[in-house]
Write a protein that binds this ligand. Structure first.
Ligand SMILES: [Zn+2]
Length: 302
């Protein structure tokens, strides 16, 4: 049973909002509207608590949340650093985890010093490095790509005997080889073979990290594959092709996926046509030589 509450917005003077909002019409005036919507009483309670906590009105709070949802582009991927930098051993954190989560709720990455695989799912960051832990603290991220996940296509994958079967099932849902894609696959997996990199001295190349990775086998586990697909031409920036990380529903198992078997998986694909790359402005990123093409090292390490 879902209890509904009615939330009425729009009690503020247009004058006040005109000073604080940037959603102005061409004539420079913000026109206010009243909106009455039914939401769950749980959501209403959260909104009222948060408005008290932040000392802001319900109008401001819900307006900000709505504009973030409605005006953010569902086609945009946001990334910190590049795959070339990772390959060359530049993996000290440079972007706040809070900033990363503002830019997306779904994606992949790694941690400072290459301390595990990063999984960003439903707006939470998880660190898989043998065990899995949720990271709700603020920390610096060396490399990650995120998007606000909203699917363009939904389909079933019936029989998966190896990871390649998932790739083959996703292939027809990618409308071009020249765009990026975010892919979410949910279901019960008979087996998942995963790995996690673990820390090496700063400056060690990615290939050396791949040699000392930890490997895991999970059986009969319900969970989610978080996948990004990047075009071949993006190999200096991203990991070309499919890149899968796994996390179980109980959030206790996870890692970079090497193989899996499953039946009846539920898949969703999002097209990504905006690629927003932010580069670290300090540290070894500024002085390391990135002339070499990382593609062959990436293929071996990832
Ligand atoms: Zn990975």
């Amino acid at each position: 049973m879902q209890w509904l509450a009615t939330l009425s917005l729009g009690h503020q003077s247009a004058d006040y909002v005109a000073k604080t909002s940037n959603a102005k019409t061409p004539d420079g005036v913000v026109h206010m509207a009243n909106l009455a919507v039914k939401i769950s009483s749980l959501l209403e309670a959260v909104a009222r608590d948060l408005s008290l906590e932040r000392k802001t009105s319900l109008d401001n709070l819900v307006g900000a949340a709505l504009s973030e949802y409605l005006l953010s582009s569902p086609r945009r991927m946001y990334q910190i650093s590049t795959s070339t930098a990772l390959v060359e051993g530049v993996y000290s954190g440079s972007l706040s985890s809070r900033t990363l989560l503002k830019e997306g709720d779904f994606g992949l990455g790694t941690f400072d010093g290459l301390d595990g695989e990063m999984i960003i799912l439903d707006g939470e960051i998880y660190q898989a490095s043998g065990n899995v832990r949720q990271r709700s603290d603020e920390f610096l991220v060396p490399f990650a790509s995120v998007t606000h996940f909203r699917e363009d296509a939904v389909f079933q994958i019936d029989k998966v005997e190896c990871l390649k079967d998932i790739e083959l099932a996703c292939d027809p849902h990618r409308i071009s080889e020249n765009l990026f894609y975010a892919i979410r696959v949910d279901g019960v997996f008979e087996a998942v073979h995963a790995r996690a990199v673990h820390p090496l001295p700063q400056g060690s190349r990615l290939l050396d990290a791949a040699k000392t990775q930890l490997e895991f086998h999970f059986h009969n586990v319900e969970g989610t594959l978080v996948c990004l697909w990047s075009p071949r031409y993006s190999s200096s920036f991203s990991v070309p092709g499919y890149h899968f990380h796994f996390i179980s529903n109980d959030r206790r198992k996870g890692g970079h996926v090497l193989n899996c078997t499953a039946q009846h998986l539920h898949a969703r694909v999002q097209v990504v046509s905006q690629y927003d790359v932010r580069l670290p402005e300090s540290g070894s990123f500024l002085t390391t030589n990135f002339d070499e093409d990382p593609a062959s090292d990436l293929a071996k390490a990832e």
